[in-house]
Ligand binder design. Sequence first.
Ligand SMILES: CC(=O)N[C@H]1[C@@H](OP(=O)(O)OP(=O)(O)OC[C@H]2O[C@@H](n3ccc(=O)[nH]c3=O)[C@H](O)[C@@H]2O)O[C@H](CO)[C@@H](O)[C@@H]1O[C@H](C)C(=O)N[C@@H](C)C(=O)N[C@H](CCC(=O)O)C(=O)O
Ligand SMILES: Nc1ncnc2c1ncn2[C@@H]1O[C@H](COP(=O)(O)OP(=O)(O)OP(=O)(O)O)[C@@H](O)[C@H]1O
Length: 503
Amino acid sequence: MNSKTYFLENLVSGTFFGPSQQVISSVVYDSRDVEENSAFVSIIGEKQDGHLYIDIAVEKGARTIVGTRRRELENYAKAYPTVSFICVEDSRLTLAELASIVYDYPADHLYTIGVTGTNGKTTVSSFTYSLLNSLSLRTGCIGTAGIWDDNKKTTFKQTVPTTPEAPDIHRVLDYFRESQMKAAVIESTSIAIEQKRLAGIHFDVAVHTNLTPEHLEFHGTMEAYKEAKLKLFDQSKSAVVNLDDPIMSGDILNRCKGSVITYGLSNRADFRADNIQTSIDGTSFTLYAFEQEFHINAPIVGDYNVANLLAAIATCYQVGFSFEDILAVIWTIKSPEGRFEIVDHEAPFQIVMDYAHTPDALSHVLDAVRDVPHRKLIVMITGIGLRNPDKRPLMAEVADGMADEIIVSVDQPGHTDRQEVVNDVLKGFKNPYSSHIHSKLHREEAIHHAFDLAEPGDVVLLTGIGFGGYQIIGDERVPYSELDVIHDYFENGSLCEQLKEPC
Ligand SMILES: CC(=O)N[C@H]1[C@@H](OP(=O)(O)OP(=O)(O)OC[C@H]2O[C@@H](n3ccc(=O)[nH]c3=O)[C@H](O)[C@@H]2O)O[C@H](CO)[C@@H](O)[C@@H]1O[C@H](C)C(=O)N[C@@H](C)C(=O)N[C@H](CCC(=O)O)C(=O)O
Ligand SMILES: Nc1ncnc2c1ncn2[C@@H]1O[C@H](COP(=O)(O)OP(=O)(O)OP(=O)(O)O)[C@@H](O)[C@H]1O
């Protein structure tokens, strides 16, 4: 981004104090990122109030300050007469508007695809990203699996788990545009939509996967959660909608003004899958698309991934590609790391890793893994320490009776006591004291315990947040690698052997 002088009143609406024009070099929401001539937007967060960092921002060189506390901003303007202060109604909205302007509207130069839904966003984004690139439309991707340009994961820092804050999104989109890319797939979470991180982006296609309870600690009710996701469709020219989702599909169909393609197993869907035959090596199915019939073989496992693939195919069709062209590149789709990932290891049993961390996701992956031929099925499930404790017992309810051995553990403990998390999960089992239910407070121990229980011919399914590169412990992001834990077992033996403790 180049520094430019702006007449502030032309940029955003609000009440202005101090000089009417300023040079702006970047737009930031964190005082620690301020550089000479940054515009600093003060946000009142969960823990802190950004207005408290205005002095620091000015000392570090910010010359434009945005906030919502009028009296404070007016007083600051008197103290810093060369700095401009803008009082706005909604700091987050202004953050997005400013970022888009200062980066010179990069989204308008790209074909933009927003993917939302409780489960499957990363997978649908990844499938769409691989298909579009294989179709020679140079495409980038932003989401939980990282920030990818058309051929590699970039080094852009991910400060938020899935959908970055607005300035970070526009910085990436600017890079995509500068690198001559033509499209961007953006995972669009309900929290991001509610926090207006995506405000001002007029999507070409908005894609919906499904809606089940999640993030209720943030949204309060399912209705509010759904409403947040629906807003994505208000800012999109066209839509791809899962007709099998009873909660949200009808609302999208009523609300979306542009072209809508429906998909799913339902007879009424424009893109429908039937005769699904799934195995550990891949899946075949019949695709019915607008009265035409195609036979598909794809490197995916599970019916839910067929739905994800239909969403990606329909999205490419909305972008303008023909069936023939799309279907010719189906074999190139890539699943994101840790989504039904089969570990390539010389273990006498099969190891599958899966990111299921919601009850609905867990239920789908359990259905899929049970179709894999096995002697015993051993499953690790987790409760998440951060946020919504209500979800913890639901993970056990879903897993109950679905596996021969179940190991309960903890993901992202944050400040929550690990034993409390495990106890909450255990409450969801009909009989938590059953001998086939085990608990381990640390993910590493749980994985090793699952392997200790496994014998030749068994399948071990490791679910939860094993990917992303870190676990949040206290306030720290502690580096974590699922594959390292697995390799450690086979190289050095079980943790209890290593620590010389009873298993
Ligand atoms: C719950 C939530 O929305 N958290 C976001 C929020 O943090 P917060 O409210 O705790 O911020 P805060 O610490 O109170 O600080 C308030 C403001 O003061 C600023 N500050 C703070 C300290 C300082 O020294 N200087 C300074 O300027 C902060 O940058 C912030 O702008 O504002 C921060 C930036 O302004 C975000 O980075 C942060 O996202 C955190 C990282 C997060 O984990 N968010 C999760 C809940 C999230 O957004 N998840 C969704 C969904 C995931 C999924 O479904 O897959 C996602 O899109 O990733
Ligand atoms: N269409 C789907 N319906 C239900 N469950 C799904 C679906 N797709 C994937 N899952 C399950 O959800 C898990 C997470 O998938 P994915 O990462 O694609 O979802 P997500 O919505 O992006 O979640 P996150 O943002 O947390 O990564 C998968 O590992 C799988 O267990």
